[in-house]
Design a protein around this ligand. Structure first.
Ligand SMILES: [Zn+2]
Length: 346
């Protein structure tokens, strides 16, 4: 795992220590907000297996997740569900400070490794499902690519009349090769991607990572627990803001309909795939309203202010990764890190 370097770590520790004396003032008054929505993806025990950072940064260990829960408990935070947040905001009667735990995409480890801990600590949480995951239609090429690069020192394939003979021996070289092929995949038009995947992977290599996603049955079992909110995260995880009207509308409403028909529960919460400023806009907000969605989360890295709560369909979220320490979490809740990340914008 990447860690903050020694001097950076010291600077973070010192700033956190000083700011704790003033409760984060003056920053907390402007950027601190009244709570946070945290974003996780996968929760997996650490292993000795080599990994590529590009995927591993989306993962935390169960022990780390528990540390985060205990951190907020110690500070006396209220653990809210998205429903509770929405209702309290409507009534103007918010339990604060608050924190909301959310998990994106629909990985099975959310059930096997995160759920037991969240249950033990009675922490409500949301999982936003990309419905192609449980429908087993998703192409989790980023894991197939990691596996292929880690298990091969050379990769050869033909695509669009070009022959690629690529080699990578060390972990550092493999990281670079991953980025190179990642960029090729990302820059390939949607209708040519299947051909590229065929050139790069065997069907088995491409479907293997689907073993790590939640099934509809598991999602239904989770949905029964009142601690769990099942939200929607589109059908095929594309950047909605880049799609034509009809397709954007279909991605949103079809994912909601599928989850409702499989869990027999209303879907009231949503997360925009990628969640950056290119992935949502007024059009997406309108479609969510038509679908009776109450809250939707982005990946804009800010705390929740009262002002943010007045736009519940574009709530900011803080991504959590293993490189974060308690000092980092302090600087996030005081608003210092969100202020830097957003160049001072509130
Ligand atoms: Zn996602």
């Amino acid at each position: 795992m990447k860690q903050a370097t020694g001097s950076k770590k010291k600077a973070i520790h010192l700033s956190a220590k000083i700011l704790k004396l003033t409760g984060g003032l003056p920053f907390s008054a402007i950027y601190g907000g009244i709570g946070q929505i945290l974003m996780f993806h996968r929760v997996l025990p650490s292993s000795d297996k080599p990994r590529l950072w590009s995927n591993a940064y989306l993962e935390v260990t169960p022990e780390y997740l528990e540390q985060i829960i205990n951190y907020y408990k110690r500070l006396g935070y209220h653990f809210l569900s998205p429903d509770e947040l929405y209702e309290m905001a409507q009534q103007g009667n918010l339990a604060k400070p608050f924190v909301i735990f959310t998990f994106d995409d629909g990985y099975r480890d959310n059930l096997t490794h995160a759920y037991p801990l969240l249950k033990k600590h009675k922490v409500p949480f949301a999982i936003y499902i990309t419905t192609d995951f449980p429908d087993k239609k998703a192409v989790l090429w980023w894991y197939a690519l990691e596996e292929k690069i880690l298990s091969h020192d050379s990769i050869s394939f033909n695509f669009n009349g070009q022959k690629y003979d690529l080699t990578a021996h060390t972990l550092e070289e493999k990281e670079k090769l991953y980025q190179q092929i990642h960029n090729l995949i990302q820059s390939t038009p949607v209708d040519e991607k299947a051909r590229l995947f065929e050139a790069l992977f065997t069907p088995e290599q491409l479907s293997a990572p689907l073993e790590n996603v939640l099934s509809w049955e598991e999602i239904r079992d989770l949905a029964i627990d009142e601690l769990v909110t099942i939200g929607a995260h589109t059908v095929s995880h594309q950047r909605l803001g880049m799609l034509p009207d009809k397709q954007a509308r279909w991605e949103i409403s079809q994912s909601i309909n599928l989850i409702e028909s499989r869990t027999w529960q209303k879907v009231k919460h949503f997360a925009y795939p990628f969640g950056d400023l290119q992935s949502f806009g007024q059009r997406e907000i309108n479609i969510l309203k038509e679908n009776n969605i109450l809250t939707s989360t982005t990946t804009v890295s800010k705390n929740i202010t009262r002002q943010a709560l007045s736009s519940p369909l574009t709530l900011p979220r803080i991504a959590v990764g293993m490189s974060m320490t308690e000092d980092t979490l302090d600087l996030i809740r005081f608003g210092v890190i969100p202020m830097v990340r957003n160049k001072g914008r509130r």
